[in-house]
Design a protein around this ligand. Structure first.
Ligand SMILES: Nc1ncnc2c1ncn2[C@@H]1O[C@H](COP(=O)(O)OP(=O)(O)OP(=O)(O)O)[C@@H](O)[C@H]1O
Length: 630
């Protein structure tokens, strides 16, 4: 990322707002996957992407898929019948007999044409119905698969270069599944219609077919080349679109509306959003001349071949090489083939276009599957008596220095341990290592002697209760905000106990629907809690789990003294049954701990009781003195 540079300063006038930062990714995922790929290789990918969509459609609704395919074939057969009946009707119609006789002779063929047309229309309506049955399920399936994949990856994947942008690219794949069935349907229907019409035409005059192909292929090539240009632009815009999406959320989320208004951020945020959007537009518009050249060139070529086709047909008729009735049928067949061919080409280009985005989705799902935890199947059983870190090291991807650096620590059941240290000293990272959210790059973290690198996380995480520094305010009912992650509740007694333990009973009882109240002010019928009340609820969620390991990262930063006191009293009351870890900057709060661990640059600089450390002359005593110096 490179920040935008400000113009030279003029002391008289304030500088214009800085342009949004430019995001340029140079790593592996920053390159357009089509950049170095040949046209043939791109087309070769189409069947596998189509295959994946077909498999998904099959899983969504088999009967609808069968119905769709049957209708497609019925439409093709109907078209063929229509054309061959046209040929039959033409002969008497262009003859020399009186009009009534000509019509009479052509009547059976005309009835067949009408019946076939009705059959084609009916099949088309049924195909639309089948498509309507498949598409919503297909989109939902793709969407859910994407959400699940992202929820299940190793947490470290979020910090990996390009992961978020590939996720953004995959979102486009989900959007494209909405048109995928429609595109595939148009493609196969046109293909079948074309085959039928071409069959009839070949019987009439084989020479016409290659000429027609030549007339239509250039526009197909043009559509595919234009799709490729579109995709390249889309890929170049991924970084900007990703950050724009984030900014859109942060700017419009009601929770941050106070900050936006009172700090006068609106103008800059609107400017920023517009500027990034214009940058995206500029990239898109820059491709317009290129696309115009492609379209004009390929259309001119197609037009030339079409002219040759009509001239050839005229010459066949004028030179008497083909009788007039056949020429008339050939005109109809040529029109039919031409229409179908154009549709085949347009739908193939659309399919190809969609397949590029679906390929992004597909490869992201594969990446996410590869980044799902695969740690081993050892099972951690409770109660957890001891958690040990032996010389553990963890470094975030792309960072020079480790966030946790050769750290050893033993935590025992019944103990309350406080972790303190300056910002960035590695406290939150340490708690992620202890819970097994991250695995140590070097060294070991073990629970009851089982190395977390070899343990099934599903036997570890049910034993954790974590209140992170930044916790979620779930737009769910009050009850689910407590039970989320452990929804085992035959009645509400355990929920009320957890609510009571954090001093929230009165507040929840005063909500319009008590535990049933939706905690989202933005939604109809929803209610909102204050910041401290939300934090109490996050603590009740952790307590409700009755975990073997309870980790609270700045658990009382938004609470009033009564709430804070209540939480710490509760922690002490339940401490005997678990290991309790409190990460805090409120050094006075560490008095409740049996042991205080002080972190500095990813290492433990000292540890002991509050009194021991306060009386010493280390970092703890220094920070304590600063906290009292007001
Ligand atoms: N997701 C991340 N990706 C990259 N680096 C990170 C990430 N999270 C933290 N870091 C870096 O790791 C180091 C330790 O961060 P950590 O959040 O563990 O510190 P902390 O002691 O909890 O800080 P604070 O008191 O501010 O909460 C910091 O240098 C930080 O920049």
């Amino acid at each position: 990322m490179t920040a935008g540079t400000l113009p030279a300063q003029d002391p008289g006038t304030p500088p214009p707002p800085p342009p949004p930062a430019e995001f340029v990714f140079n790593g592996h995922y920053g390159r357009n996957p089509l950049g170095g790929v040949s046209f043939r290789a791109m087309c070769a990918r189409l069947p596998s992407v189509l295959g994946r969509t077909a498999r998904m459609a099959w899983q969504v609704d088999r009967r609808a898929v069968v119905l769709l395919l049957s209708c497609q074939f019925a439409m093709g057969a109907g078209s063929a019948v229509q054309l061959s009946a046209t040929a039959k009707a033409m002969r008497p119609l262009v003859g020399a007999a009186p009009v009534a006789d000509r019509l009479h002779a052509a009547l059976p063929a005309l009835i067949v044409i009408a019946a076939a047309a009705a059959a084609v229309r009916t099949a088309s309506a049924l195909a639309t119905y089948a498509d309507g049955r498949i598409t919503p399920g297909l989109t939902t399936r793709a969407d859910v698969a994407l959400v699940e994949a992202v929820c299940r990856v190793e947490a470290t994947a979020y910090s990996e270069e390009g992961f978020s942008d590939r996720h953004e690219a995959a979102e486009m794949g989900v959007v494209r599944t909405q048109t995928m069935v429609q595109d595939a349907r148009t493609f196969t229907a046109a293909l079948i219609r074309m085959a039928a019409a071409a069959g009839v035409l070949t019987v009439l005059k084989p020479l016409m077919l290659p000429l027609l192909l030549l007339a239509v292929l250039p526009s197909g090539l043009g559509a595919v080349l234009a799709a490729r240009v579109d995709y390249a632009t889309h890929y170049a815009n991924i970084g900007d679109r990703n950050v724009r999406g984030m900014m859109r959320w942060w700017s419009t989320e009601p929770r941050y509306s106070d900050e936006v208004r009172a700090n006068g951020m609106t103008d800059y945020l609107v400017y920023w959003y517009g500027a990034v959007s214009q940058r995206i537009d500029r990239r898109t518009l820059a491709t317009a001349p290129h696309k115009l050249r492609i379209t004009v060139g390929t259309s001119a070529l197609g037009g030339f071949f079409l002219l040759v086709t009509w001239v050839a047909l005229g010459w066949l008729a004028l030179s008497g090489r083909v009788e007039l009735a056949l020429v008339a049928t050939a005109v109809v067949a040529v029109q039919a083939v031409l229409g179908a061919l154009s549709q085949v080409v347009a739908a193939a280009a659309a399919l190809f276009h969609s397949s590029l985005y679906l390929a992004d989705m597909s490869s992201f799902l594969d990446l996410a599957a590869a980044r799902a935890p695969a740690r081993g199947d050892r099972v951690v059983t409770g109660p957890v008596e001891e958690i040990r870190l032996d010389d553990a090291v963890f470094r975030y991807p792309g960072k020079e220095t480790p966030a946790v650096d050769h750290l050893s620590l033993t935590l025992r059941r019944g103990e309350i341990v406080a972790i303190v240290g300056e910002n960035g000293s590695g406290k939150s990272t340490l708690s992620r290592l202890i819970t097994g959210i991250y695995l140590a790059d070097k060294g070991h973290v073990s629970w009851n002697g089982t190395d977390l690198a070899e343990a099934d996380p599903h036997s570890v995480w049910p034993r954790c209760g974590l209140v992170p520094q930044i916790f979620a305010q779930w737009p769910l009912r009050a009850r689910e905000n407590v039970t989320l992650g452990r929804p085992r509740t035959y009645d509400d007694q355990a929920v009320w106990e957890a609510v009571e333990a954090v001093g929230m009973r009165e507040t929840v009882e005063s909500l319009p629907g008590q535990l049933d109240t939706l905690l989202a002010r933005e939604l109809f019928g929803g209610s909102e809690l204050s910041g401290g009340q939300w934090q109490r609820l996050a603590c009740s969620r952790a307590l409700y789990r009755k975990p073997d390991l309870l980790i609270l990262d700045e658990p009382t930063s938004q609470m009033d003294p009564r709430g804070e006191h209540q939480i710490f009293e509760r922690l002490k009351a339940v401490a005997a049954d678990r290991i309790t870890l409190v990460v805090t900057h409120q050094l006075e709060n560490t008095k409740i701990a049996d042991r205080v661990v002080v972190m500095d640059h990813g290492r433990i600089s000292e540890q002991g009781t509050y009194d021991e450390l306060a009386a010493g002359n280390g970092l703890f005593a220094e920070l304590l003195a600063l906290s009292k110096d007001r």
